[in-house]
Write a protein that binds this ligand. Structure first.
Ligand SMILES: Cc1ncc(COP(=O)(O)O)c(C=O)c1O
Length: 467
């Protein structure tokens, strides 16, 4: 399985890369690549705006905003200053039966941006913990409200929801799960909304495809038994597999189905929140109110770790009374420094009109990437906001994809290295069909879009010639 595809650079003699190879256990990384002489660890040392620099002084366009994180761009001194100020004032205090001003202010502010009555904010340090928290809340909520057998979760094929063992059960990528089985039981999978790979009869009708996909959620609830199903987890735009937007009507229909069976709808907005899709929360843009939102990444633009589960008033209600307690928490949840940075980041969003910038430029981003459709290797260009994937195919007409070996050679053997060497940091991924994903900082504009398109065009043209 390729997750974050190893990025190779030519073997070099720089000491940092060698020390990384010898002591740093990199995440989702095939380490053999750094020992067999084929490459060394790329070391990124600084960032400014939409660019980062490596330890050799070479500049790269950060086409992935770090890891769908750096919304405001690199090198923002005001975010660093907010962290320093908070560290001096109160570096740490937990939110375990106590509170501190920054956690209170941030909870209130997030509730203000969240749709409907999602007013209760439970802080975590990342997306996987937020997903874990949401599943645990769903289980306990139903135990407290007279439906104790509701515990399963439905999620979608190829979707990534994090690495804790519960979140991994929610995840729909078999190869990421196998080494750790048995996982938490009760993770049920349904089809995702990859319209390009829709069943033949729906390929020309996106709305009908969306309704078909939503009906698969109903089918799974019925099959498992509504009394056993607690929640449906959905990313508004699914990342893994390559940026699948929701077909028109899909989210609305899933919401109706959840209501019908008293199943909670959890929108995992770990990537899609904080402007990525042109709103603070993508669910606002799509006009559907979930019961829970999970979010992280862009909340601080990556200047500090921070995540959250935002729950509706209804889900908090059983915990307002008596001895009921959500027996769950994290030492770092609601960390004062993370919260201060998140508040400063949201201030920056407002001051600079970051979301309006995305709305003003998302069309140009799409149009620029769509120019790549004239290449024989490009089957599909899809996504929303500042979140896009280019699916690579062997045959455009038949949509034939690459074999596992070919994908391995194409992605790991060539594309990752070639794109990086050409000055573009992005993601080449084959957790679904092979895709290149681009998701730049939200300050990016036409100049950056052109640079992304230009590098992709050259490297993909070269890749095709090598096939
Ligand atoms: C949709 C989604 N959920 C959960 C996670 C896990 O987040 P984290 O790595 O912060 O635990 C990710 C990470 O990319 C994600 O994209």
């Amino acid at each position: 399985m390729t997750t974050t595809t190893n990025t190779f650079t030519e073997p070099g003699s720089d000491a940092l890369a060698e020390r990384a190879r010898d002591h740093l256990w990199m995440h989702f990384t095939r380490h053999s690549a750094y020992y067999d002489g084929s490459g060394h660890v790329p070391v990124i040392v600084r960032g400014e705006g939409a660019y980062v620099w490596d330890d050799q002084g070479k500049r790269y366009l950060d086409g992935l905003a770090g890891l769908f994180v750096v919304q405001a761009g690199h090198g923002r001194k005001e975010l660093a200053a907010a962290a320093a100020k908070q560290m001096e004032e109160l570096a740490f205090f937990p939110v375990w039966s106590y509170a501190h001003p920054r956690a209170i202010e941030l909870a209130e502010r997030l509730a203000g941006h969240a749709p409907g009555d999602l007013n209760r904010v439970f802080f975590t340090t990342g997306g996987g913990e937020a997903v874990e928290s949401a599943w645990k809340l769903a289980k306990q909520y139903f135990k407290l409200t007279g439906k104790p057998t509701k515990h399963k979760v439905i999620s979608r094929n190829v979707a990534y929801h994090g690495t804790p063992q519960g979140a991994l059960s929610v995840t729909g990528i078999p190869s990421a799960k196998v080494p750790f089985e048995p996982l938490v039981p009760g993770g049920i999978k349904v089809p995702n909304t990859n319209f390009y790979r829709a069943p033949e009869e729906y390929r020309h009708d996106e709305k009908a495809f969306g309704l078909w996909a939503a009906e698969r959620v109903r089918e799974a609830i019925e099959f498992e038994g509504p009394d056993s199903v607690a929640a449906v987890f959905i990313e508004p735009v699914q990342n893994s597999g390559g940026c699948f937007p929701p077909p028109p009507g899909y989210l609305e229909r899933v919401r109706e189905i959840c209501d019908e069976y008293d199943v909670l709808l959890v929108a995992d907005e770990t990537i899609t929140a904080f402007g990525r899709i042109g709103d603070m929360f993508a669910m606002n843009r799509y006009g559907v109110t979930p019961d829970i939102i999970t979010c992280a990444k862009g909340m601080t633009s990556g200047y500090a770790p921070m995540g959250a589960m935002i729950a509706s008033d209804r889900l908090f209600e059983p915990f307002r009374h008596g001895t009921n307690t959500f027996l769950h928490g994290y030492t770092w949840g609601g960390h004062p420094v993370g919260a201060a940075v998140a508040l400063a980041n949201l201030d920056l969003f407002e001051r600079e009109g970051i979301i309006d910038h995305v709305l003003d430029n998302e069309g140009a981003f799409r149009r620029t990437l769509e120019k790549l459709s004239d290449l024989p290797i490009v089957g599909d260009v899809r996504g929303a906001g500042y979140f896009y994937a280019v699916e690579l195919v062997k045959d455009k007409t038949s949509r034939e994809t690459f074999t596992e070996d070919e994908a391995e050679r194409l992605l790991r053997g060539f594309l990752s290295r070639a794109l990086f060497e050409a000055g573009l940091y992005c993601r080449a991924d084959d957790r679904g069909e092979p895709v290149i994903q681009v998701s730049p900082p939200l300050i990016a504009d036409q100049q950056h879009f052109d640079e992304i398109e230009g590098i992709l065009r050259n490297v993909l043209t070269e890749a095709w010639a090598l096939l």
